[in-house]
Design a protein around this ligand. Structure first.
Ligand code: PMP
Length: 381
């Protein structure tokens, strides 16, 4: 009999049964009165959970579309923007902004570390930047940027809008727009929210909405805030067809988040990450990210000598756990393990146990159970 395969990649994450069930419901007309009510509730909940007095947008697309939407509404061709890059997805924002004809400056951190708020402050003193982009958790490195402190810095600059890429952080790391000086938060459905892939979510605070107004007609069409604001405030209106089942799935995901309590959810992610990272280190692996900047959503785990990436991940999959490979310079040198969203201790214990069985099969350990023991102690503290 084959093991069930746990999807422990950094998104899509395991989808809870009740969320999955929403995907199988009979699709209704987007003008269906009950669906309109559901959509309204989703928007209201999103604004409350992520604390914005501005707007929330939910459109069909992925995180990359949300990145486009974030920048397209706050900067126009020729504007200066500052991209803060802690890895692959920061670099993606650079490329995306350059394609839009923006004047892009970049501050990069060595992979595994983060750009500091002081470095950003110093850069912002040099010239007027219309926007700064920061990746909250760069999935390529497992580094979490100090977004609250960066928010404090960017707030001082009246002409600068702070865009936070929360794709690998939202619903696992605190992100409160009004309180943290985040002007635009962009994210996707498939990671810590625990919804299948296919939704781009964008939040815009007052400063960002004023900026959008000041730009007049923008080049981008599908991602234009002005096109979507009437729909998000009254989903009986039409601009683009809403992905009905995914919006139901998101509604169920938000119900789960509210039941857990958002602060409890953040705390759970912290505890799980610390326990999992301690267990991985106990097994002899190294984590790429510096300890003080480690993400709670995933671990970027460096192989010890003599482990071959493809073989490790193949054996691990046979043992029932799917993880992702490294990106960029770390391709072949690490695996990326997601531990975010709606996962309980069954997923976590099974995952570390499968990793131990894999090391055993590869002849890298003859003691089994050290990782499971460390993980369980961490989870029960
Ligand atoms: N930003 C970050 C931090 C991500 O992790 C990802 C996806 N891994 C993206 C953006 C792009 O999202 P998508 O793959 O949904 O387009």
């Amino acid at each position: 009999m084959k093991n069930k395969k746990l999807v422990m990649i950094p998104g899509p994450t395991p989808v809870a049964r009740s969320i999955q069930d929403q995907m199988g419901r009979e699709t209704v007309a987007f003008g269906d009165p009950a669906f309109i009510e559901d959509f309204k509730e989703v928007i209201k909940d999103l604004k409350e959970i992520f604390k914005t007095s501005g707007e929330a947008f939910v459109v069909a697309g992925t995180g990359t579309l949300a990145m486009e939407m974030g920048i397209a509404n706050v900067a126009k061709e020729g504007d200066n923007v500052l991209v803060v890059s802690n890895g692959f997805f920061g670099d993606r924002y650079k490329e995306l902004c350059e394609r839009k004809g923006l004047n892009v400056d970049v501050i990069s951190a060595e992979w595994g570390t983060t750009v500091t708020p002081e470095e950003i402050d110093n850069k912002l003193k040099e010239k007027v930047y219309k926007a700064v982009t920061v990746t909250h958790v760069d999935t390529s490195t497992g580094v979490c940027a100090p977004v609250a402190e960066i928010g404090e810095v960017v707030k001082k600059y009246e002409d600068t809008v702070l865009i936070v890429d929360g794709v690998c952080a939202t619903a696992a790391e605190p992100e409160y727009l009004d309180e943290m000086g985040i002007d635009v938060l962009i994210t996707g459905s498939q990671k810590a929210l625990g919804v299948p892939p296919g939704l781009a979510l964008v939040f815009a605070g007052k400063k960002a909405l004023e900026r959008r107004k000041s730009l007049g007609t923008i080049r981008d069409y599908y991602v234009d805030f002005e096109k979507w604001i009437p729909i998000m405030n009254d989903p009986s209106k039409y601009f683009g067809t809403p992905p009905v089942n995914l919006i139901w799935a998101l509604k169920e995901a938000l119900k789960i988040i509210k039941e857990e309590g958002v602060e409890n959810r953040y705390e759970r992610h912290r505890k799980v990450a610390r326990a999992m990272q301690a267990a991985l280190e106990e097994l002899g692996f190294k984590i790429l990210a510096e300890k003080e900047h480690r993400a709670v959503t995933l671990s970027n785990v460096l192989y010890m000598d003599g482990i071959e990436d493809a073989e490790f991940r193949k054996v691990l999959a046979e043992e029932g756990v799917v993880v992702a490979g490294g990106l960029g310079p770390y391709a072949g040198k690490m695996f990326r393990l997601g531990h975010m969203g709606n996962i309980d201790s069954h997923y976590l214990v099974s995952t570390i146990a499968a990793i131990e069985r894999t090391l055993y099969r590869l002849g890298k350990t003859d003691v089994i159970g050290k990782g499971v023991s460390t993980l369980m102690k961490g989870l029960m503290e």
